[in-house]
Design a protein around this ligand. Structure first.
Ligand code: SF4
Length: 426
C-alpha cells in the first residue's frame, strides 16, 4: 500500500508540517529574545511540563549515528557542566519557570553519562532547588553500557533518577561490530544484568533491527535476550542510514552492501514484535514495547500533549511561553512562535502513536464536528489488515499496522487537514 516507510515520528512530524505549510515547525528564527523573556515573566500555564537536557558528547562514535553529538574525548566536561548549571539558573529567575514544578526530566545526547556522577548529581540538585521538580518527577538518563559503572548507577538513583534508557542496539557479535558498539555481547549482557540488579527504576534499552546482513535468527536472539534479562521496555528501530554517518558513507562508496527491501524490513520488524508480545510485552508507542505497568514514559506523553519543554544545553530544543526554543551553543538561542494549527495536529499525531486509535478523541482534538472522516480512513486500514476494530469503538494496530504506523498516522491526519482547509477556505 505504501512505497516508502516513515520510520519514526520525526518523519511523520515533517510530513505533517509540510502538509500544513507550518513554517513555525522549523528552527528558523523570527522573534527577538526579549519577546521570549517577556513571556517568561508571566505566570506558568496549567498542565504537566518537562525539561530536556542535552549532552552532545560521546567517547565512541557509532557507525550509524547522525545525532547531535561530538567526540567528547579531551572535552572539558566540567566547563560544559558549568554551562548547564548557568542555563538552569538563568531560566530559574523567571516566574513562568519557577512558578510551578516540572513533572519529567530527560537527559539525552550524545551520552549524558559521559559526565561524572558528581556532575549529573549537581545538575539534578540544581533543577530541584532552583527550578522545582514534582515529588514523583520522572527523571530519565540515556546511557551506553560502558559509561554506566555500578557506582554511577547508585549515585544517579540516590539523586532521583528513576528511568534508564540504554543504547544496546543488538546482542549479535557481527551486528555490534558493524554498528561500532563498545564491547562484545557477553560483556554487554553481563553489564546489563548488573545494572538490572542494582537499579529499582524503569530499565529500558534500544534495539536496532534491519541492519546490513542481519539474519532472522539474530532478530530472534535480540528479542530473546530482552525478554530473559528482563528489560522493562525496549525501543526498537529499523536502521536509518544517514549519508553523513560512517555507515552511510561506506554504503555510498560500495564498501558496505545494503540492499534492504520493505519486505525484509517488515519481516524483521514482525519477528521482533511478535516475539516480544509473546513474552508478555505490550505496545506503549509505535517503536516501544513495555512490560505491563512498568513504564509511563511521561516525558514523551507531555511532549505529545503540547506541554512545555524547558530546553537546557547545546542542541536542546523545547517550547516555553508560546515559543519554540532552540539552544545552539552557550549564548546562542533561537526562538519562533508556536504555530497553533501545527500544535493541534501534533497533539492529534500523539493520539496516533500509542497503538490504539480513538476517532472521537482525535476528532475532539482537531475540533471536527464528528469523527466520520477519521472512521472512514481507519476502515480503509482495517481492509488492509493494519487495524482491527475493538468493542469500545476504537481501533487497535496489528503487527503490520505498527510497522506502518507513522504512514497511517500521516494519511489519517492529512485527510482531515484537507477537510479542515476546505472548511476554512469555504
Ligand atoms: S552513543 Fe548514541 S549518540 Fe553517541 S554515537 Fe552512539 S548512537 Fe550516537
Amino acid at each position: 500500500m505504501f512505497n516508502v516507510r516513515y520510520r519514526s515520528h520525526h518523519d511523520a512530524e515533517h510530513r505533517l508540517a509540510e502538509a500544513l505549510g507550518a513554517e513555525a515547525n522549523s528552527r528558523r528564527g523570527g522573534v527577538s529574545w526579549n519577546d521570549v523573556e517577556d513571556a517568561l515573566s508571566g505566570d506558568p500555564p496549567s498542565g504537566r511540563r518537562c525539561i530536556y537536557i542535552h549532552v552532545p558528547y560521546c567517547d565512541t562514535i557509532c557507525s550509524f549515528c547522525n545525532l547531535n553529538r561530538h567526540d567528547g574525548t579531551g572535552v572539558d566536561l566540567e566547563s560544559y557542566t558549568q554551562y548547564l548549571l548557568a542555563e538552569i539558573s538563568y531560566y530559574a529567575e523567571f516566574p513562568y519557570v519557577n512558578g510551578r514544578q516540572f513533572d519529567a526530566v530527560y537527559f539525552g545526547g550524545g551520552t549524558p553519562t559521559i559526565l561524572s556522577g558528581n556532575q549529573l548529581a549537581r545538575i539534578i540538585q540544581a533543577l530541584r532547588s532552583e527550578v522545582g521538580l514534582s515529588d514523583d518527577c520522572e527523571i530519565t538518563i540515556e546511557s551506553t553500557l560502558h559509561n554506566l559503572p555500578a557506582k554511577k548507577v547508585v549515585v544517579l538513583e540516590a539523586n532521583g533518577v528513576n528511568r534508564l534508557s540504554l543504547g544496546v542496539q543488538t546482542f549479535s557479535p557481527a551486528g555490534r561490530m558493524l554498528l561500532n558498539r563498545t564491547w562484545g555481547p557477553d560483556r554487554a549482557i553481563e553489564r546489563l544484568a548488573q545494572i538490572r540488579g542494582g537499579f529499582s527504576g524503569v530499565f529500558g534499552i534500544d534495539i536496532i533491527y534491519s541492519y546490513p546482513g542481519q539474519t532472522l535468527a539474530e532478530v530472534a536472539g535480540d528479542a530473546s535476550y530482552c525478554r530473559t534479562l528482563p528489560v522493562d521496555g525496549v525501543s526498537f528501530y529499523s536502521l536509518m542510514v544517514h549519508d553523513e554517518s560512517t555507515l552511510g558513507r561506506r554504503i555510498a562508496t560500495g564498501e558496505q552492501v545494503f540492499n534492504r527491501t520493505i519486505e525484509q524490513d517488515l519481516t524483521r520488524h514482525n519477528r521482533f514484535y511478535r516475539s516480544m508480545r509473546a513474552g508478555g510485552y505490550e505496545l506503549l508507542e509505535l517503536s516501544k514495547l513495555v512490560l505491563p505497568g512498568r513504564d509511563e514514559y511521561r516525558y514523551i506523553r507531555i511532549r505529545y500533549d503540547n506541554g512545555d519543554v524547558l530546553p537546557i544545553g547545546a542542541g536542546a530544543g523545547g517550547k516555553l511561553g508560546g515559543f519554540r526554543i532552540y539552544s545552539m551553543a552557550p549564548g546562542r538561542k533561537m526562538a519562533s512562535p508556536v504555530d497553533a494549527v501545527y500544535a493541534t495536529y501534533h497533539k492529534a499525531l500523539g493520539h496516533l502513536q500509542f497503538g490504539r486509535y480513538a476517532p472521537a478523541e482525535i476528532a475532539g482534538t482537531l475540533g471536527l464536528d464528528d469523527d466520520s472522516v477519521l472512521r472512514e480512513q481507519m476502515e480503509r486500514f482495517v481492509a488492509h489488515g493494519f487495524l482491527q476494530p475493538t468493542n469500545d469503538h476504537t481501533y487497535e494496530l496489528t503487527a503490520d499496522g505498527v510497522f506502518w504506523g507513522n504512514n497511517i498516522a500521516v494519511e489519517v491526519l492529512t485527510s482531515t487537514i484537507n477537510l479542515d482547509l476546505e472548511v476554512r477556505h469555504a
